[in-house]
Design a protein around this ligand. Structure first.
Ligand code: AMP
Ligand code: MG
Length: 316
C-alpha cells in the first residue's frame, strides 16, 4: 500500500487483528506485530525465520506508553528525553504488569523500547493503539531493508501488508544500549552515533570490546549478511571482486556509498548498495564484494560494525 491516511488506518486494523505489517521508520523498514499478542509475535518470528531467543524491539508512539512497560532510571530517562523520538533503543527492566507477550523478550527481565521519529511509523503505532514489536523487515541474518522493494524481495507472501513511504532517511538500524551500574552500555552501534550521545548527555558510554556473554544477539559475529563474500578495507579490487566504494578513490558511478566521502550519505545508501553489489557479484559468477575503507568515526562505526559481521562467514 502506498502511504496515505487510508493505508495507515488499514495497517493499524491489521496490526490489531494480529497480522504482520511492514512499515518504514527513519532507520530501516520494520515488520510489525502486536507485542501483546502471543500468536502475532510467534507469527513474526516464523515469517522472518528469526531465532526465538533473539528479542524484539517494541515501538511506541509516546514516552508515556513506554513508561507503562519498563522502568526508567535517571540516565535512561535523560537519554529518552534527549533523543526520542529517534533512532535510539533502550533496554530497560520490564514491568511485571506490562502485558507484553513473553515471546518478545524470551528468558529476560528486560525489554528493548524505542519511539521512532518517522511520521508514518508514529501515526501507524498511534492509530493501532498497541505496542508494536518490529524487527527489521528482512529474513533473519540478511541485509536490512531500506525501501519497500527490499521488503517485498525478502518477505513476499510472508507479511500481510507493506506500507511504502519511500527510502528510509537514516538507513541503519537504531543504536541500542542498556543501563548498567557503570552507566549506559552500548550494545549495538547504529543510526545515532556514540559521539553524539556522549556529547549531548555529557557522559562516556560503556563499551565492552569483547563481551564474554552475549547480552544482545545483535552482538553475534555473523549477522547482516549478503550472499556474496565481503572483504573490508579494500584499497582496490582484485580479480573476481566487485568494488563497493567510498569517497574520491572509490569507483565513480553507482557503486559508491558517497563519492564526496559523507558518512551520513553512505549510511543512507549502505544497505541498498550492498544489495546491488550482492546482485551484481552473484550475476557475474560469485565475485567477492570488496569495500573501500570506511573511516571509524561517526556513522562509520556502525557501517564498519555491519561490514565486519557481513565479512564473517557462517560455519556451515
Ligand atoms: P533488530 O533485529 O534489527 O530489530 O534488532 C534488535 C536488536 O536489539 C538486536 O540486536 C537484539 O538482540 C537487541 N535486543 C532487543 N531486546 C533486547 C534485550 N532485552 N536485551 C538485549 N538486547 C536486546
Ligand atoms: Mg534486523
Amino acid at each position: 500500500m502506498s502511504a496515505s491516511p487510508r493505508s495507515v488506518a488499514r495497517g493499524a486494523n491489521l496490526l490489531r487483528a494480529g497480522k504482520l505489517v511492514a512499515f518504514p521508520t527513519e532507520t530501516v523498514y520494520g515488520l510489525g506485530a502486536d507485542a501483546t499478542n502471543d500468536l502475532a509475535v510467534a507469527a513474526l518470528f516464523a515469517a522472518k525465520g528469526r531465532p526465538a531467543n533473539n528479542p524484539l524491539i517494541v515501538h511506541l508512539a509516546h514516552v508515556a506508553d513506554a513508561k507503562r512497560l519498563v522502568r526508567f532510571d535517571p540516565l535512561s530517562q535523560r537519554a529518552a528525553d534527549t533523543f526520542w523520538p529517534g533512532p535510539l533503543t533502550l533496554v530497560l527492566p520490564l514491568l511485571a504488569d506490562s502485558g507484553i507477550s513473553r515471546l518478545v523478550s524470551p528468558n529476560r527481565q528486560t525489554l528493548a523500547v524505542r519511539i521512532p521519529s518517522h511520521n508514518l511509523a508514529r501515526e501507524l503505532i498511534e492509530t493501532a493503539g498497541i505496542p508494536v514489536a518490529a524487527p527489521s523487515a528482512n529474513m533473519s541474518g540478511r541485509v536490512s531493508p531500506t525501501n519497500a522493494d527490499h521488503v517485498i524481495a525478502d518477505l513476499n507472501g510472508r507479511a500481510d501488508a507493506v506500507i511504502d513511504a519511500g527510502a528510509c532517511p537514516c538507513g541503519l538500524e537504531s543504536t541500542v544500549f542498556r543501563s548498567t551500574g557503570r552507566g549506559l552500555e552500548l550494545l549495538r552501534p547504529g543510526a545515532l552515533s556514540a559521539e553524539i550521545i556522549e556529547e549531548r548527555l555529557g557522559i562516556k558510554l560503556v563499551i565492552d570490546p569483547s563481551p564474554t556473554e552475549v547480552v544482545s544477539p545483535g552482538q553475534m559475529a555473523v549477522h547482516y549478511s549478503p550472499r556474496s563474500r565481503v572483504r573490508m578495507n579494500a584499497v582496490s579490487e582484485l580479480d573476481g571482486e566487485v568494488l563497493l566504494g567510498f569517497g574520491l578513490h572509490g569507483p565513480t558511478g553507482e557503486l559508491n556509498l558517497s563519492p564526496k566521502g559523507d558518512l551520513n550519505e553512505a549510511a543512507a545508501r549502505f544497505y541498498s548498495l550492498l544489495r546491488a553489489a550482492d546482485e551484481f557479484a552473484l550475476r557475474i559468477g560469485g565475485a567477492t564484494i570488496a569495500v573501500s575503507p570506511i573511516p571509524e568515526s561517526g556513522l562509520g562505526k556502525a557501517i564498519n560494525d555491519r561490514l565486519r559481521r557481513a565479512s564473517c562467514q557462517p560455519l556451515s
